[in-house]
Design a protein around this ligand. Structure first.
Ligand code: HEC
Length: 312
């Protein structure tokens, strides 16, 4: 009997500990370290802060109130004031992660706002932190190993520069390939648009690509730049695409926005529908008329035959 008592106590103790650890840790909203270290892909500017402010008014203010005014909604857990120390202690990556994934009443904005929008929000929230220094924006790199050489594309958002390096790796030794020709294309709806002349790698196997001006980009100026090793220069076929924000921001009109051959019915003008329908109707009336006339000839023919047979 004594044994059983101690056993139940043990179980009770364990569940108590369990309960406390759960309630303690559930307060904590931890972000995976690799996400926590993430930095924005662009420099925060007055423009990104302004865009973030607009997005904040539309999507966040109802719960978080006006930053610095502590007029956030009264709920549990508390949304908190974005200007508060609690918020500003987060890394940029933490903020981005929390806005992206949400938790409980904090909505998930992954599907609602683009990545750029979410970074604009971080930039806006940071504007309430006077001592804030933005960590260096992430540098995007892309690597493609062709059959003979490897090509790395690097976009440095600070220098606004695309750098390509071509090298071979043999026994863990990286050696630059000089004089390799790289061709450039921009990805478009129907195929790839070649841009400019190809360029050749220098002694260090590097090309600093002067991205041409006036290339049409998407609504935020993103352009898919494709670099491809020219196979005929003998270094293989490595090819890679990188998104660079160097284009001219352009609002694309959807393919069905205007009238077009492949467009939806209700956009056709009335005169077109009417004249088309009348033409089809006219053709059918003519066909029916011809059929009736043929029937008439047939009937006359049979009457004539009948008369002939009556006479004989
Ligand atoms: C429906 C109400 C609601 C809306 C809308 C909302 N939030 Fe939140 N937010 C919350 C709540 C509640 C929490 C606390 C969640 C928790 O701790 O579990 C929170 C937490 C956060 C955190 C983490 C704060 C911390 O200290 O860890 C950030 C960052 C954040 N919200 C940003 C935003 C942004 C940016 C928007 C708009 C795009 C937004 N929220 C919209 C309710 C909301």
């Amino acid at each position: 009997m004594k044994r059983i008592m101690s056993y139940t106590r043990f179980v009770l103790l364990i569940s108590l500990i369990h309960y406390f650890t759960i309630s303690l840790f559930s307060e904590e909203w931890t972000v995976p370290t690799d996400q926590s270290d993430k930095t924005a892909p662009f420099l925060f500017t007055a423009e990104s802060v302004q865009k973030g402010a607009d997005l904040f008014m539309k999507n966040c203010q109802s719960c978080h109130g006006n930053p610095g005014k502590a007029n956030y909604a009264n709920m549990d857990p508390s949304p908190g004031d974005p200007a508060s120390e609690k918020f500003q202690k987060l890394t940029d990556g933490d903020m981005f992660y929390k806005i992206t994934n949400g938790r409980g009443t904090m909505p998930q904005f992954k599907m609602i706002l683009s990545e750029e929008d979410r970074w604009d929000l971080v930039s806006y929230i940071r504007s309430f932190h006077t001592g804030y220094i933005q960590p260096e924006p992430e540098v995007a790199t892309m690597t493609s190993s062709g059959d003979r050489a490897t090509m790395t594309l690097l976009y440095d958002s600070l220098a606004k520069m695309v750098t390509i390096s071509v090298y071979t790796v043999k026994n863990d030794v990286k050696s630059p390939v000089k004089g390799a020709e790289v061709l450039f294309f921009i990805k478009r709806y129907f195929g790839n648009l070649p841009v400019g002349e190809g360029a050749r790698t220098n002694e260090e196997g590097i090309i600093s690509y002067p991205f041409p001006e006036g290339i049409v980009g998407d609504s935020i100026g993103q352009v898919a730049l494709i670099a491809q090793l020219n196979e005929s220069s003998g270094y293989g076929n490595a090819k890679k695409t990188i998104m660079v924000p160097l284009g001219v921001p352009t609002e694309w009109v959807s393919l069905t926005a205007d009238r077009a051959m492949w467009n939806i019915n209700f956009k056709a003008p009335v005169w077109l529908i009417l004249s088309y329908s009348l033409t089809v109707l006219g053709v059918f009336i003519t066909l029916i008329y011809i059929a009736l006339q043929i029937r008439k000839i047939f009937l006359i023919g049979t009457d004539y035959d009948d008369e002939q047979s009556e006479k004989s």
